[in-house]
Design a protein around this ligand. Structure first.
Ligand code: DP6
Length: 416
């Protein structure tokens, strides 16, 4: 069914990693958190979601394809985002510009979304996914304004993927959630030396999802209540200061302490939730021993709701630390495949450093690493050949190839 009246928009959105964690909601429907949080947006050259939204009078129903497979669009959080964008579009037409073309408001949408990173990377793909969905829907329906308020209703952490660089999600205090949105603290260009390594742990078991995990924590953990009320407010202030001053040791210590406290609240949850495994514990030891060898905080770790570590360090320390990871987690092959993303030069690991760290190597504990840096927020893809939906409003056959050829580190020059 060729669509003469079809309109198509494609956008990309980034993944973000929190250094002051969000864990716990005070309102489950509106997704309002019990504390503010702060994250770093990762560069889309390495990790991103791409979404195409097509609208047409001839579409009979809203439809969604995720990573090549048609999914049920009735999921309440998807519905919240769709409803909210349509409401804002209607409001804009009525309030601001009654002359605005009303075409498309009643049209159904087809949505097609792909990640350029494997789900197995254990990264919060829902953050990039909902950020991209909301940003692209807003393009399609001509909606402007505070879109992080809408993305938040898809997945809490998604609101922070609506900006690049260093981003805070202000918890807000109102019951309607209108003051719970994300704000850029500093742009991605602010700290050019900052580097990020995602360490993908091999044997990832199925773990408790963030939504249900945080629900149980709110119900049972007193430590979480203490954290939200008495620790995070001061930590947010300190973290923002460390980012503004580009004070790596302060930033790194706060990030590690916050990750540790988040996992402590998971352990304080009843029944307890375990996200970290023996590989995660070895990474934690490696980082602390590395730092103590140099008498300086050069490297930091943080962990979300899974065993994969995200490492922060400065560019000058990347080659040696990557080598240390390779030494203490010997990969299957010594090939370059172990490190994807931004190129890392080779150095030899000093013997005395190996001795000082003194850990027993864990062969194949880490399957690969992704090297990246802070990056920009969502982008519009202007090149129409990049649309994921064809002129018939269905996923192009190239979507399947795209998924097969997912290659982190290939530059996609589609942000303008
Ligand atoms: C540990 O945003 O995935 O990654 O709002 O229920 O969708 P929902 O949860 P989600 O939780 C993220 C939790 C975290 C910490 C963080 O990103 O701040």
């Amino acid at each position: 069914m060729p669509e003469d009246n079809m309109e198509t928009h494609t956008c990309t959105a980034p993944v973000n990693i929190a250094v002051v964690k969000y864990w716990g909601k005070r309102d489950e429907d509106l997704i309002l958190p019990i504390n503010s949080s702060l994250s770093v947006t990762l560069h889309q050259d390495q990790l991103k979601t791409t979404t195409t939204v097509a609208t047409s009078k001839s579409f009979e129903e809203d439809r969604l394809w995720l990573n090549g497979k048609e999914e049920d669009i009735s999921h309440p959080r998807l519905q919240s985002c769709l409803r909210e964008i349509r409401r804002l579009a209607r409001k804009r037409r009525n309030d601001d510009d009654p002359g605005l073309d009303s075409r498309g408001l009643s049209h159904k949408v087809h949505i097609c979304s792909v990640n350029n990173f494997p789900t197995a990377a254990g990264l919060a793909s829902s953050a990039a996914g909902f950020a991209c969905l909301v940003y692209t829907l807003a393009q399609a329906f001509g909606v402007e304004g505070e879109l992080s308020l809408v993305a938040r209703q898809g997945s809490g952490s998604a609101c922070r993927s609506m900006h690049g660089g260093f981003v805070q999600w202000l918890m807000g205090h109102q019951n309607d959630g209108k003051d719970s949105f994300a704000q850029q603290v500093e742009p991605e260009t602010h700290w050019p030396e900052l580097r990020i390594l995602v360490l993908v742990a091999s044997a990832e078991r199925k773990h408790v999802g963030s939504t249900s995990g945080m629900q149980t924590s709110v119900q049972t953990s007193q430590l979480l209540k203490y954290r939200a009320e008495s620790v995070v407010p001061g930590r947010m202030v300190e973290m923002i200061k460390s980012v503004r001053r580009k004070d790596f040791p302060a930033f790194a210590e706060l990030a590690m302490k916050d990750s540790n406290q988040f996992h402590a609240t998971c352990l304080d949850t009843y029944p307890p939730i375990f996200y970290l495994n023996s590989v995660s514990h070895q990474v934690i030891n490696l980082v602390h021993r590395y730092n103590s060898h140099y008498g300086q905080t050069r490297v930091a770790y943080t962990f979300d709701a899974g065993p994969n570590a995200v490492i922060f360090t400065l560019e000058q320390h990347i080659p040696e630390f990557v080598q240390a990871v390779r030494h203490f987690f010997p990969p299957e092959t010594n090939g370059s495949e172990f490190i994807k993303g931004l190129p890392v030069s080779h150095v030899n690991l000093p013997e005395e450093l190996k001795q000082a760290i003194g850990l027993e190597p864990m062969p194949r504990g880490i399957s690969y690493m992704i090297s990246t840096k802070p990056g920009p927020g969502p982008c519009v893809v202007k090149d129409s050949t990049q649309h994921l939906l064809g002129p018939d409003g269905l996923p192009k056959s190239t979507v399947k190839h795209l998924l097969l050829g997912r290659d982190i580190g290939v530059k996609h020059k589609n942000c303008y």
